[in-house]
Design a protein around this ligand. Structure first.
Ligand code: NAP
Length: 286
């Protein structure tokens, strides 16, 4: 591949914005597209060019990254008269970093191949902070040649990228780890809630967790958020509820996964736009 390929980035939400910014800062020419145009302004100010549609973006890029919400967003970005696959020109590499179903990755990989493009599913573990600092973990499904082409670019985004076999395997690994995320989030919320309801100070419980073998980056960030009463979404609760539904659809129905799935589906209508750890408010309401 061209040593310095032209890059395209679709999806400038909480994650896409800092990830695209890292590629710009690494010296790549990046063209961005976001459905809501206002979110393109910070990237334009940082040196990106913009495209009017996914199809227009594909024509300007050798490699296109996608970081959008869900399967439906992927359908819309790939399909339609202005979609990625409406543009002429084979030989592009499409790297879908969104958390979506393995099924949609297999479908989009097949359609991409019909147009002469390569497709990788490459969802990430880590949140906004890790996106900003290039410390994500990238789980990749797809063929080895495409991975080899992507790897130097992924190295700017993650501390680790791991090829996991055929298309969809990156998505499956992501659903597996986000099931654990759901268990951690609910477990931490239940622990702090129990302590608070019995008159213990949340600060003290947070100190105990942090100094025990059970403390980790997640418990620190989310425990601090509870203490600060700050539920602004770094990772929106509705996105985790979506991931847990996708995991269930792949057959993950073991006891903890089932319990966490149920909790987050119930919490989503009222708290979906808040951070995942707002699940504590749902649990508190009983
Ligand atoms: P977000 O802030 O909600 O951003 C979602 C992005 O998707 C926005 O750019 C949005 O465009 C776009 N989008 C949604 N529906 C679309 C559609 N129908 N057509 C075109 N674009 C559409 O989400 P995020 O937190 O960045 O997450 C992005 C993906 O990464 C999700 O799959 C999420 O599960 C995954 N993820 C998130 C985190 C995290 O901590 N936040 C961590 C790991 C993985 P608009 O601006 O127009 O709405």
């Amino acid at each position: 591949m061209n040593a310095h390929p032209q890059l395209g980035w679709i999806g400038l939400g909480n994650m896409g914005t800092p990830m695209a910014r890292r590629l710009l800062e690494a010296g790549y020419a990046v063209t961005v597209y976001n459905r809501s145009k206002d979110k393109e302004a910070p990237l334009r100010a940082a040196g990106a060019t913009t495209a009017a549609s996914p199809a227009a973006l594909l024509q300007q890029a050798d490699v296109v990254f996608l970081m959008v919400s869900d399967d439906q967003a992927i359908q819309e970005v790939f399909g339609g008269p202005d979609g990625l696959l409406a543009a002429p020109g084979p030989g592009k590499l499409l790297i879908n970093m969104s958390t979506v179903s393995p099924g949609i990755s297999r479908e989009m990989a097949a359609r991409s191949q019909e147009h002469g493009h390569s497709y990788l599913d490459a969802p990430v573990s880590g949140s906004v902070k890790q996106a900003e600092t290039g410390q994500l973990v990238v789980m990749v499904g797809g063929d080895a040649a495409a991975y080899e082409r992507a790897q130097p670019l992924l190295a700017h985004l993650g501390k680790l990228s791991l090829p996991l076999g055929p298309t969809g395997n990156g998505n499956l690994a992501k659903l597996a780890i986000n099931s654990l995320l759901g268990v951690y989030a609910q477990g931490l919320a239940e622990t702090l809630l129990f302590a608070r309801q019995h008159g213990l100070r949340v600060e003290d419980m947070q100190t105990i967790v942090a100094n025990s073998a059970l403390g980790n980056v997640f418990s620190k960030l989310k425990g601090d958020a509870i203490l600060a009463d700050n539920y602004q979404a770094a990772f929106a609760l509705k996105l985790l509820a979506k991931d847990l539904r996708l995991a269930q659809a792949e057959g993950l129905g073991t006891p903890l996964a089932a319990a966490v799935h149920e909790t987050f589906q119930q919490a989503e209508p009222a708290l979906g736009d808040e951070d995942v750890i707002a699940v504590i408010k749902h649990l508190e309401r009983g």
